[in-house]
Design a protein around this ligand. Sequence first.
Ligand SMILES: *Cc1c(COP(=O)(O)O)cnc(C)c1O
Length: 443
Amino acid sequence: MTTSAEAVPGIPRPSAQSAALMARARQRFPGGVNSPVRAFGGVGGEPFVVARGEGARIWDVDGNEYLDYVLSWGPLVLGHAPPIVLDALADVMQKGTSFGIPTGLELQLADAVAERMPHLEMLRFVSSGTEAAMSIARLARAHTGRQHLLKFEGCYHGHADSFLVKAGSGVATLGLPNSPGVPDELAKLTLTAPFNDLEATARLARSVPLAAILLEPVVGNGGFIPPQPGFIEGLRQIADETGALLVFDEVMTGFRIAYGGARERFGVTPDLTALGKVIGGGLPVAAYGGCRALMEQIAPVGSVYQAGTLSGNPLAMAGGLATLRALTPELHARIEERTARLVHGLRTMAARHGVPLVADHAGSMFGFFFRDAPVRNFDDAKQSDVALFRRFFHAARERGVYLAPSAFEAGFVSAAHGDAEIDATLDRLDDALGAALAEGART
Ligand SMILES: *Cc1c(COP(=O)(O)O)cnc(C)c1O
């Protein structure tokens, strides 16, 4: 990081106020944060403290401006503080913020979801992706009378006990294999296979009766790893053959990789789906759903218990509803096109610098690895040049581009990232890569 006190256009000054606030925060919160990856453990150095956001940009408390490709880890598909969402929130807020009684807004958001994902005949709103995945595990176990789950290495399904086994996201960033505190008896019920490995999956599914096979249809939490052709179709076959439920965890990919999510993109229908992030437009909303026969096993119709004081919260519903209504197929296509431009630019940049790079996108979700061979699974991802990523991350940040502070997280583009923002980003990143390589050559 630069230590010069001189303000250089486009290059953030040292973050004095951020550093002071973080020092105090570390006394109050473990690591100074309320979710682990925010602490920059994956890249080293100090996180900045954010003051505000608008469109494609955020500003830290020291006044430094960044083009943001984290977007609150995915939810902000319209960018920061979009007037259309703020107006909807202001309107709903005047009438009260929570009731714990049905409101019409829940139904409107559920209809908006079902219009895009017709296989979600019924759903249940919850407040986080963790809750959605956890509830799906319970429902799948109850429905099948089986106990084992199968997930893929590097995939993240929130922090419920059953999913903290070879997990992605912060768990991958910090290199934690499994979390202490998860009972062995429970961890043993979660099997793992490498992503994109149908043979290993079939072998496991035939050896143990599985309640469910869960996946991120496009992995974002182990870095960006797309499924190979035939992988998702193959999982559907294995699930059907062995009586397991197929679960798409679309908390990240939903309303990102296609207007109608993974079912539309890959032509495979899952039994159950978890949603989160974009569905709340920056407010705490998540959901799980599927066909009526499965969902009617949830209380109060069925006996599988799951509840939430703030579930279906009107303010949160309004945020999601305004976001989904604005995210038309046309807008989705436009954001995807800009994401494609960004990824193309990243590849060109790397080629110019003679650096091997794997970069790709699905809809408005993207990612890259400094690696000279394809990345098909999390083991491949771990072979990428993480040291170069760290230097690149900091060089980019110094030049006003905020990338996810981990080599194992996807990035996101919003409707507010116009051609001008993409061009500015590519200019700054080109410069950043040059600096990162020069620094690497020195050390
Ligand atoms: C973010 C994420 C979760 C967890 O959601 P939270 O709201 O953070 O609990 C689960 N699954 C996937 C695929 C995610 O990306």
